[in-house]
Design a protein. Structure first.
Length: 331
């Protein structure tokens, strides 16, 4: 190829990178200052009124944000309902999302916003702001949430299954998954810290108790023996238990603190993905630094990671749409 061809390709690449970076840069703090000045206050007021009555929803809404961003970016695609076509089941029905909660909460926020300024605030922004505000209300960290996301029109169950890292992930798969979203190993550790609040269902980890690596009766050697026995005797008494819920951070699951990381170092992380964080010298070092540091520092660093995650592959400008109803694309 001639040098002019190389130059042309280089210019095209620069233009494409410019488009990508400008799209990313269109998120801004107080995006709705003119179009819907009360938007963020309406969301905050709704959260402050509802979450104290159901504090466990804070963890669920934070998880909803994570699952949204890891599939097609933070575009509200996880909110779209099951369609009649079996060829296009939405993200909601994918295995990783079958235990998601908070959809009706998002709908309630959207209804309040539509009453104030119809067709202005995206469902994707609602998910991002609600995640932050609900964590703050329960005493957790605050982080900046630039807005201006637009809603996607595509939602595929197969993509959710392929992109959301399962709780059985090893370190290599976690590193690959996060790197594909522009997140590094420090982000991986910090975002895993969200496991300090909330609960999980037995199927997410019961193989560690009963048939690790497919061998019946074998326990995951990376799981503390006493903790494993306690889970089997008092919680997940059968590998077929699909209903029992277990605290991800036992004894501290309602507090956004450093307890989760302390437990991980003691081999008491609930998931294989938690234990995986100690198999890398780099991530284990990050955990040790957090445990030795202050809660204030953890909050600050967690906030930076959350802001970074909230910018994954966002749709801005004229991309996507502003849905009238979060569970359905506009007709």
């Amino acid at each position: 190829m001639s040098k002019f061809g190389d130059l042309g390709n280089f210019l095209v690449l620069c233009i494409l990178l410019g488009i990508a970076s400008s799209s990313h840069g269109q998120l801004q703090l107080n995006f709705y200052a003119k179009s819907c000045p009360q938007a963020e206050k309406i969301i905050q007021d709704y959260v402050q009124k509802q979450i104290p009555n159901a504090p466990s929803l804070a963890a669920a809404l934070l998880r909803l944000h994570f699952h949204d961003c890891f599939v097609r970016g933070c575009d509200g695609s996880v909110l779209l309902n099951f369609t009649s076509s079996t060829k296009n089941q939405t993200e909601k029905v994918a295995v990783p999302n079958q235990t998601l909660r908070g959809f009706s909460f998002i709908d309630g926020v959207k209804k309040a916003l539509e009453a104030e300024c119809p067709g202005v605030v995206s469902c994707a922004d609602i998910v991002a702001l609600v995640a932050r505000d609900s964590v703050v209300v329960t005493g957790g960290p605050y982080w900046k949430v630039p807005t201006g996301r637009r809603d996607g029109r595509i939602s595929n169950a197969s993509e959710a299954l392929a992109n959301i890292p399962p709780p059985t992930s090893n370190f290599s798969s976690l590193q690959t998954s996060f790197a594909s979203k522009g997140l590094d190993l420090k982000d991986l550790v910090l975002l895993s810290g969200a496991h300090t609040i909330g609960v999980s269902h037995c199927p997410s980890f019961s193989s560690r108790l009963y048939n690790f690596t497919g061998v019946w009766g074998k326990k995951d050697p990376s799981l503390d023996t006493e903790y494993a026995s306690n889970l089997k005797m008092k919680k997940c008494k059968s590998i077929n238990d699909n209903t029992t819920i277990v605290e991800m951070d036992p004894g501290s699951s309602s507090k956004f603190d450093l307890s989760y990381f302390q437990l991980v170092l003691k081999r008491k992380g609930l998931f294989q993905s938690d234990a995986a964080l100690t198999t890398s010298a780099t991530t284990k070092s990050f955990i040790n630094e957090l445990v030795k540091g202050s809660l204030k520092q953890f909050y600050a660093e967690f906030g930076v990671a959350m802001e970074k995650m909230g910018k994954i592959e966002v749709k801005t400008g004229s991309a996507g749409e502003i849905r009238k109803h979060c569970a359905a694309v506009n007709t």
